[in-house]
Design a protein around this ligand. Structure first.
Ligand code: SF4
Ligand code: SF4
Length: 466
């Protein structure tokens, strides 16, 4: 009897049709330096041959019925609309009956015009707009080649996307300053940009470290935190404690107002984990290695964060992409995420949700001196401790068939109970009685104050809102 062929592991590729070329010059961008991987005067533009080969191979390699193409850069809109019309043409040509192709495009939004919007809407492309919050925070680092701020151009692009009914969401960099303004950033994205799916990525960069590449070291962080150990980070790198505070603060806003309306990628991933599902984002998975990056000429790399010569898997025009994805080197790359985890992480009570996060950020020492701890560890611990009771309650709600939105009512009831307890605890003898009788506290319930103000503080991280 013939044996069934082994099931193929799905893999994902982030594709850069124009390489690192961009019309902006964001100060924290880790990808602009990739120009140095190619010779001087190299033309960064995906040819029709590479595109054809990529589209056909990628479709053929995907075992599922939905095939996700992700276009990134650099700034992919610099390729022009006609390039993407050709993308769609090739996808239609190679996509077998019964399967569906979806496209997403990550853009800085500044070059979006009516023609782009018509194309994006007609082809149901999901657009990710890179925006770092209100003007001042966004323009801190997101400037063009002449240093001119980009906020107005981005918001003009967003307005056009809205006007044309294009599906879009947002990607926001958590840098030194956005991370210090959690509510300002969250409310801006929710209320002004009207994004209902928010992705945040932390910027963490060591000074002068580029694996396999020499690059000019940016100035060291002048406010380096005494308690932060390990190599110094760039001045725009997020601080670990701010990172944790950012997520806990926006979580509190979200869990009270926006569940079921606004989706924060990190919360969605962790809610899934709290429900017993595998991590849907590589950084929180036990291993990684299934999310690669492809340059304009077909060069395939282990990951978008590891586009360095030593992580170059090969070129898809020489070796089939499926073979490159299955190389032992790539398997090792993904397994190393688990195998290099320090003991401190292996014994951590939130390892199931964190898994040491991305190896790219693992460059500080554990308290007992073992190298390889994630720079963001303290922030993650704070965040996980904070969300735990809420996500336990939310997971129970969903498992019992109730809508996630019910958590907001439960939290509101707990908040009201806490506020009432606070009134009992803080009212003075001559204040109005917290019971609402209209009499002075001293002439009404003064003797009962200890029992009314006592008890566990519901709604705090230590106590579940369920
Ligand atoms: S190295 Fe980090 S970003 Fe890359 S695949 Fe692994 S976890 Fe994901
Ligand atoms: S929270 Fe810290 S110790 Fe725990 S798994 Fe994550 S990085 Fe490791």
């Amino acid at each position: 009897m013939d044996q069934a062929p082994p099931a193929r592991t799905p893999f994902h590729v982030m594709t850069k049709p124009i390489g690192p070329i961009c019309n902006l010059d964001c100060k924290y961008c880790y990808y602009l330096e990739k120009e140095a991987l190619y010779p001087p005067r190299h033309v960064f533009r995906m040819s029709d041959e590479v595109l054809d080969s990529y589209v056909s191979q990628y479709i053929a390699a995907q075992p599922g019925n939905e095939i996700e193409f992700a276009w990134q850069g650099g700034e992919p809109t610099l390729m022009g609309v006609d390039f993407f019309k050709r993308v769609v043409e090739l996808q239609q040509h190679y996509c077998p009956d019964g399967k569906q192709v979806n496209n997403s495009l990550q853009t800085n939004g500044t070059l979006i015009d009516d023609e782009w919007c018509e194309f994006l809407r007609e082809n149901d492309v999901l657009v990710g707009v890179s925006v770092d919050g209100p003007r001042e925070l966004h323009d801190r680092y997101r400037v063009d080649k002449g240093g001119k701020p980009s906020f107005d151009d981005v918001m003009r692009g967003v307005a056009l996307l809205k006007e044309h009914g294009v599906r879009y969401n947002t990607l926001t960099v958590l840098h030194r300053y956005t991370a210090q303004s959690p509510l300002e950033v969250y409310r801006f994205l929710r209320d002004e940009v009207e994004s209902d799916f928010l992705q945040f990525i932390p910027i963490v960069e060591r000074v002068g470290v580029g694996e396999g590449l020499l690059w000019l070291a940016p100035p060291p962080d002048p406010d380096a935190d005494a308690e932060e150990t390990g190599p110094p980070v760039t001045p725009w790198s997020v601080r670990s404690r701010d990172f944790g505070e950012f997520y806990t603060t926006i979580f509190d806003e979200w869990v009270r107002n926006d569940v079921g309306k606004v989706f924060v990628q990190t919360f969605e991933v962790h809610l899934g984990i709290w429900m017993g599902l595998p991590a849907s984002l590589c950084v929180f998975g036990e291993t990684c290695g299934n999310a690669m990056a492809m340059e304009h000429n077909g060069d395939l790399y282990s990951c978008d964060h590891y586009v360095y010569p030593e992580y170059h898997l090969g070129n898809i025009t020489d070796t089939p992409m499926e073979e490159l994805a299955a190389l032992p080197a790539q398997k090792k790359f993904g397994d190393d995420k688990r195998d290099a985890l320090p003991k401190y992480c292996r014994e951590c009570d939130v390892k199931f949700a964190c898994n040491g996060e991305c190896p790219k950020h693992r460059f500080i020492d554990t308290p007992d001196g073992e190298p390889g701890l994630n720079y963001l560890c303290a922030g993650y611990k704070r965040y996980f401790k904070h969300i735990d009771p809420y996500f336990k309650a939310l997971a129970n709600l969903l498992k019992s068939g109730r809508p996630a939105e019910d958590i907001m009512q439960m939290v509101a009831e707990r908040d009201a109970q806490m506020a009432q307890q606070d009134r009992w605890a803080t009212a003075g003898r001559n204040d109005d009685c917290p019971c609402g009788s209209g009499r002075k506290f001293k002439r009404c319930c003064w003797d009962k104050r200890a029992t009314r103000a006592g008890g566990p503080r519901a709604g705090t991280p230590e106590h579940s809102p369920s």
